[in-house]
Ligand binder design. Structure first.
Ligand SMILES: Nc1ncnc2c1ncn2[C@@H]1O[C@H](COP(=O)(O)OP(=O)(O)OP(=O)(O)O)[C@@H](O)[C@H]1O
Ligand SMILES: [Mg+2]
Length: 583
């Protein structure tokens, strides 16, 4: 229960609904328990009528009709109150489910990229769906049935005890056995249904991956191998389902058996007592049989609830583990500085936290506002890593990154990131229209502005040739763009932000030389006051920039402008010659 304490704040938030739910339950139960007494009374009147030949049939009729009317009225009112109970308590569980999902989602968004590297996407989704629904069961059914059970047991025991203490004792003795049996059974059922859930999510992740990679599967003609694998996973899932159903099938018969046993006990003990004259009339037996049946579900639910609460606690434990995580990228409230665009790296080292790869070593450079920098180097030399440090996706392990002589750690993260436009290496677009994908960078951008940035990114002409031009839908249900088209849309999306620093991480790689050179030229013209960083494998993308840095295994091995680097014997000159001859 320790883990569930975290949720008390929600219980407090919805305390009024819960308290009114509790009061309503009491009313519902009192009304429901009004009927067995009326039934006893009806049987007694008939018994008296039979044993007393002088009594009038009219009186009997009137009394019975009155009782029937009262029973109906009590049942209908109890029904209304039960409906209201669900409307309060079960609704609260839905409100809390909603709050908790939002809390987890917000926490996810605040955590840094390293959190996502450490945890599997499936786990993240499971916390917010499966685990939250298990916790909801604690707030809804568990709380409702617990209150229900407590109220019902107390009131019923009082009613029963008043009629016959001895019969009460014999009637309730088998009930704890019912409770324990249902608890054991529910625990097994829950365990098995968890396994079913796991196998189902395995099946769906497998299917999802297959559909995503369907083109590859078809081109390698491995359909039959994949089908076999699907069959295997699906069969595993089927077996788990069957074993779950076996246990579920036991639930009802077991309950009926135990109720039957209690009923027999009431009839046996009650009958004996009646014959021995210890209880005065036969109606009591009928009344007790109704009590036993009324008590069965609440008593059984104790076992069921215990198992629900255990599961909820286990789920909440997993949720708490995520909620308690703190982002290692500390954000500060203030620090909304206006960037001018000066960048200064001072002795920056970086080691990836998980893999311990030392990807940047002693990086020093200075880039003035409005100037441009080229990053060039072999694959894996650290270009993308350097860019990630710029936006504080990760913190530098050693050294400082300064913007306009202010440490990047003193900036508010959102403010910093809003002023830097990064076009990542792997272009990602949402399954939405072209317009909305570009507006992602600036929601209030006008169409004319969007057209302008698309012209700079050399993609406007292609967009207007699509059937629905800027309203063309992309992705799963829409148009698939080519690699180069995607890259250019991503450039437009970054430009619409009007960033003070624009960073292109190898995002001209899919373009032909002519387009690439045109875009770099456009960018330099349009972004006169913007600091520009371009990372690339190609000399042509960086040769006209003010400054070029050559990276190798995380170290700066050469730096300077194009002409200077050409005159040095080194990596830069080598690839320049190689790429020129290829051209
Ligand atoms: N998320 C990560 N976790 C651990 N190591 C990483 C991660 N990303 C990159 N690395 C490692 O850091 C080094 C630098 O990688 P980086 O992506 O910065 O290279 P790059 O110069 O951008 O390469 P490319 O030209 O192929 O894009 C590589 O050795 C790589 O394996
Ligand atoms: Mg890279």
């Amino acid at each position: 229960m320790k883990e569930l304490k975290y949720l008390n704040k929600y219980l407090y938030k919805y305390r009024l609904n819960l308290i009114s739910g509790f009061i309503i339950i009491i009313f519902a139960r009192i009304l429901l328990l009004y009927t067995p007494g009326l039934i006893r009374n009806s049987i007694n009147v008939i018994e008296n009528f039979i044993s007393n030949p002088e009594s009038s049939i009219n009186d009997l009729q009137n009394e019975l009709v009155m009782n029937v009317f009262l029973i109906l009225a009590a049942a209908v009112s109890a029904g209304i109150f039960t409906f209201l109970t669900r409307q309060t308590i079960i609704n609260v569980s839905r409100y809390i489910e909603f709050d908790l999902k939002n809390e987890i989602f917000n926490q996810y968004q605040h955590l840094s990229i390293s959190f996502y590297k450490k945890n599997k996407t499936g786990d993240l989704i499971n916390r917010i769906s499966e685990d939250v629904s298990r916790v909801r069961m604690y707030f809804g059914p568990a709380i409702m049935y617990s209150l229900n059970t407590v109220v019902l047991i107390i009131i019923t025991l009082i009613y029963m005890y008043r009629q016959s203490p001895e019969l009460t004792f014999f009637t309730v003795t088998p009930l704890p056995i019912l409770s324990i049996t249902i608890y054991k059974l529910s625990s097994v059922i829950n365990l098995r249904s968890k396994k079913v859930q796991e196998s189902l999510s395995k099946l769906s992740s497998f299917t999802q991956e297959i559909f995503t990679g369907i083109q590859l599967i078809k081109s390698y003609a491995v359909e039959s191998k994949i089908s076999k694998e699907f069959n295997r996973i699906s069969n595993e899932s089927k077996q788990k389902q069957v074993s779950l159903v076996k246990m579920q099938a036991l639930f009802l018969p077991l309950m009926i058996l135990l109720i039957g046993f209690s009923n027999l006990l009431v009839i046996y003990v009650g009958g004996k007592q009646y014959l021995e004259g210890e209880i005065s009339n036969i109606g009591i037996i009928a009344e007790f049989i109704i009590y036993v049946n009324m008590l069965t579900w609440p008593v059984a639910s104790i076992g069921w609830i215990t198992s629900i609460v255990q599961q909820a606690a286990a789920s909440q434990k997993r949720i708490n583990a995520f909620l308690k995580q703190k982002s290692e990228i500390i954000n500060i409230e203030n620090g909304n500085f206006h960037l001018r665009g000066n960048i200064n790296f001072r002795d920056v080292d970086f080691i990836y936290p998980k893999s311990k790869i030392n990807s940047l070593k002693n990086i020093n450079f200075n880039l003035h506002s409005g100037k441009s920098l080229g990053l060039i180097g072999k694959t894996g030399s650290g270009k993308s890593t350097l860019i990630k440090l710029l936006t504080r996706t990760f913190n530098a392990t050693n050294g400082e990154i300064m913007f306009d002589n202010i440490n990047s750690k003193d900036f508010n993260l959102q403010s910093l990131r809003n002023q830097i436009g990064v076009i990542p290496q792997d272009s990602f677009l949402f399954s939405d229209t072209i317009l909305n994908n570009i507006r992602f960078g600036n929601e209030s951008a006008k169409l004319s502005e969007i057209e302008k940035v698309c012209k700079i990114a050399e993609i406007h002409e292609e967009i207007i040739n699509f059937e629905n031009d800027y309203n063309t839908l992309l992705g799963e249900r829409g148009l698939n763009l080519s690699g180069g088209q995607k890259q250019r849309l991503c450039i437009a999306r970054a430009l619409i932000k009007k960033p003070k620093i624009l960073v292109l991480d190898d995002c001209l790689s899919a373009l032909d030389n002519k387009t690439e050179i045109k875009i770099v030229k456009n960018l330099k013209e349009y972004l006169q006051k913007t600091t520009l960083i371009i990372s690339s494998h190609k000399i042509s993308s960086v040769k006209n920039l003010n400054q070029i840095i050559v990276l190798n295994e995380g170290k700066i091995i050469q730096s300077g402008h194009h002409q200077k680097l050409i005159n040095e014997n080194g990596y830069y000159k080598n690839i320049f010659l190689k790429q020129s001859s290829e051209k």
